[in-house]
Ligand binder design. Structure first.
Ligand code: MEV
Length: 434
């Protein structure tokens, strides 16, 4: 077993790599070469990436793809997607084209409120605490003046602070539950700074004028943002669903709706259904420098807001009209964070015509809806494997280190044959034997 290392963070990048190679790798030379092969030759750019996180040794690439032809409220977008899974970008592009020909996506931001909480305990009477809170509330807000002045000037800031009594759930537990408008910033730092200031003021004022001990536990934003909601929708007369892969639009609409209804009532299916939605959402969130873990956590909590995990999308068939929509919470930023630091994030935001946070919420929701439409359409018609394996073909060929010539022959062959892993292996072997 290797020895514990102290002071690792203080080592230089090369020292860190050498320690790792010495400690965990047998073939040190090829591992060192691999790590260095992924360094960027532009030293300034490499330094920028090194400084995004701690203990950096190299870069971990993800492909950045583009799904064009997204018509959203009459504007045409090409959407950047950072993702490693084959067939996701192709599916998004296909759905975009399909709905472009049927009026495009309609979206609307429903609300933009963010949330943060100061968690504390108080052993005294709850009505005393309430009286104290009402007196101290203006001070809680005024003490954050320095932190909030720029945000306020732009039209955002603290919306409200409430005292929440949670003592029925946990002994002596209370919260300051605060709501914020952070405009184009995701707002995590702004919210957390405000919360820590609330906590300080609360503690100080409690010591001056409240009987009994008030103990601060923690202050942190919530990634659950059910009031930072966006809706995206597609609809068309059922007859217009007719297309190359949809011979019978009535049957397609019914089956599609049934598949969505299944995801609404069946958790096992809902999780996979929503995973497909997140394929689209995470890819755009990542490409635009936003925090996909925060989005994931918030979205899945929202999917279980009524006590049962359910589908994020819904479908209706009324008056011969097929309608398919999503409503999700998305706390996103287009300023601050990585948005002006990571050159490809900047590039992605430029591709989207420098969106506001509200614009980005709508684009991301559309990416999720499109992805889900493509997945459910495939699942209820051809099955997922046909398209998926076609897109995955190149990964299998690369696994077997196929040459360009072999790739051309095999791709041609599979234009008329079903792609499975074993069929591809067989095709490679046949070519190589010849
Ligand atoms: C695969 O990444 C996503 C799907 O499983 C989504 C779904 O089943 O709806 C195809």
């Amino acid at each position: 077993m290797p020895n514990i290392i102290s002071g690792f963070s203080k080592l230089t990048k090369s020292e860190k790599i050498e320690w790792l190679l010495d400690t965990y790798f047998k073939d040190k030379d090829s591992s060192r070469t691999l790590v260095k092969r992924y360094w960027n030759s532009d030293e300034k750019l490499q330094k920028l990436h090194d400084e995004f996180i701690e203990n950096t040794i190299t870069n971990y690439y993800l492909p950045l793809g583009v799904a064009p032809n997204f018509l959203i409220n009459g504007t045409l977008y090409a959407i950047p997607m950072a993702i490693e899974e084959s067939s996701v970008v192709a599916a998004a592009s296909k759905a975009a084209k399909f709905w472009y020909e049927r009026g495009g996506f309609k979206t609307e931001v429903i609300s933009t409120e963010k949330i943060g909480q100061v968690h504390f305990t108080y052993a005294g009477g709850s009505s005393d605490l309430e009286v104290f809170f009402n007196t101290v509330k203006p001070k809680l807000i005024s003490a954050t003046a320095e932190i909030t002045k720029n945000m306020k000037r732009r039209g955002g800031g603290i919306l409200d602070i409430e005292l929440k009594n949670k003592t029925e759930d946990l002994n002596n537990y209370y919260q300051l539950h605060a709501t914020f408008e952070t405009l184009d910033a995701m707002g995590a730092n702004f919210i957390n700074s405000c919360l820590e200031q609330f906590a300080q003021t609360l503690k100080r004022e409690a010591e001056l004028s409240l009987d009994g001990d008030l103990d601060l536990i923690m202050s942190i934003l919530s990634n659950y943002v059910p009031n930072c909601l966006v809706r995206a929708e597609v609809s068309c007369p059922i007859s217009e669903l007719k297309s190359k892969d949809i011979a019978n639009p009535d049957l397609f609409a019914e089956k599609f709706k049934q598949a969505v209804n299944i995801a609404e009532i069946e958790t096992y299916r809902a999780v996979t259904h929503n995973k497909g939605i997140m394929n689209g959402i995470d890819a755009v969130v990542l490409a635009t420098g936003n925090d996909f873990r925060a989005v994931e956590a918030g979205v899945h909590a929202y999917a279980s807001r009524n006590g049962k995990y359910t589908s994020l999308t819904h479908c209706s068939i009324e008056n011969n009209t097929f309608k398919f929509w999503i409503e999700i919470p998305l706390a996103l930023g287009t300023v601050g964070g990585l948005t002006s630091l990571h050159p490809l994030v900047k590039f992605s935001l430029d591709m989207l015509n420098k969106p506001t946070a509200k614009d980005l919420m709508q684009i991301v929701a559309v990416a999720g809806l499109a992805q889900n439409f493509a997945a459910v359409k495939s699942l209820t018609t051809t099955g997922i494997q046909e398209g998926h394996m076609k897109m995955h073909l190149m990964n299998i060929l690369n696994q077997f280190e196929a040459t360009s010539e072999e790739k051309i022959k095999i791709v041609e062959h599979f234009k008329t044959h079903v792609v499975t892993h074993s069929a591809v292996v067989e095709a490679i072997e046949n070519i190589r034997i010849k």
